[in-house]
Write a protein that binds this ligand. Sequence first.
Ligand code: NAD
Length: 492
Amino acid sequence: QYPLSKTITLPTGESYEQPTGLFINNEFVPGKQHKTFEVLNPSTEEEICQVHEARAEDVDAAVDAAEAAFNSEWSLGDPALRGKALFNLADIMEAHKDTLTAIESLDNGKALQSAAGDVGLVIQYLRYCAGYADKLDGRLVETGSNYLNLVRREPLGVCGQIIPWNFPLLMWSWKVGPALASGNTIVLKTAESTPLSALYAAKLAKESGLPAGVLNIVSGFGKITGEAITTHPKIRKVAFTGSTRTGKHIMAGAANSNVKKVTLELGGKSANIVFDDCNVPQTIQNLVTGIFYNSGEVCCAGSRIFIQEGIYNEILSQFKAAAEAVKVGNPFDPETFQGAQTSQQQLDKILGYVEKGKKDGATLITGGERLGNKGYFIKPTLFADVTPKMDIYEEEIFGPFGVITKFKTADEAIALANDSEYGLAAGIHTENLNTAKYVSDRLRAGTVWVNTYNDFHSAVPFGGYKQSGIGREMGEAAFENYTQWKAIRVKI
Ligand code: NAD
């Protein structure tokens, strides 16, 4: 049997003990079928370790543990205790933040500076949710003196959560924080390519005193472990972040099994719009952050870049220079901005879109090539003269790959931006408040950033319009997705 933990030496020189088992009822255990799978380092293409794989029977065991924990003081007791549990978890994660950061870089390939940003947001968000635990008040509704109407929020029960590989720990926190704060219990599946940080966080959760069964982590593949969660008769809700295609499939499975509640945070092809009157240096920085941050593996990446004609040439030449100045390479070099893509599959997909772009007549401005021959590195890539019917314009590429289109008027930019089945985010760059207000009111997107991009805060909700999703994460809105209203109408 493969061991339940392995000593790993990080590129920083530090060694740590990586849990590799399934985390069920506060114990690391092997899968019942004793299967494991390989976890690769995307920067070197070498194996980091194996982790144990959960099958349907392991998901059953995790659900049983989560259900027992739900029918306990966890959901019925003083919510301040849940708040305290989450504060303790945030504290212990903060104490181990450098290890968590390094694990995230090692496993995902992202630059250490990106991973450090993620871990900072994780800790901030867990504390935000902890603070909310005892503030989810109910209401007393007045319908005359013959009745007492108590309306209260209750948790949903056992929640299934399925997360992607682009922000493994941050997506873990967006799922775990509000679910636990509001009294649910969890069976969470990590992405098969990036299971390590969530397992390490589970170990910390146990050390922090989180009660057994409240949080269960099952590593495994979508078609087996993910399906078992989506269709499980005792799971009451499924929350998913990933591709729109898989999201549709999950929604159908959730409906057909037992009408699970569903929250989906799906793909995007977000517009980043540059007006003639923008602040140029700030805009260039936001365009770079928009499409090259986290190696472009960002659901809300500013991947469709619209530039107004008066400033087109200036922005194009400065953006090209900035793209060529992006430091790509070893994620553990503190200067690196763009690390490796997470998998060979992603690298191949992105390079495939380079060929499509060229074939369809777009102009390759820079990049479009793999960097080196070991590790999944790719040069920051920009195409200009991109038109709406091209695949590179319409489809989510999920890499450091921006497509550029010229426009004349604000209304034309709005029409172009909205001409997409996605609606996750958008950016506007202008010094004119009237333009910012006019355009942001008309964009069909869940988030509109003005003079900034990929800029998150725990208190600000995030989620998609159209096929980019259902429900919201972060902010007060997240708790709507993890509670249901109960009305108790008492006749006096
Ligand atoms: P995916 O959506 O298939 O995978 C995301 C998660 O869903 C993983 O944990 C996976 O195991 C799980 N999953 C897959 N099939 C499942 C199923 N049938 N039932 C339940 N769970 C299932 O994404 P992918 O195949 O890893 O990547 C493909 C493309 O998806 C990417 O190139 C990118 O365009 C997009 N993507 C988007 C996001 C996002 O945040 N919007 C995240 C990851 C990938």
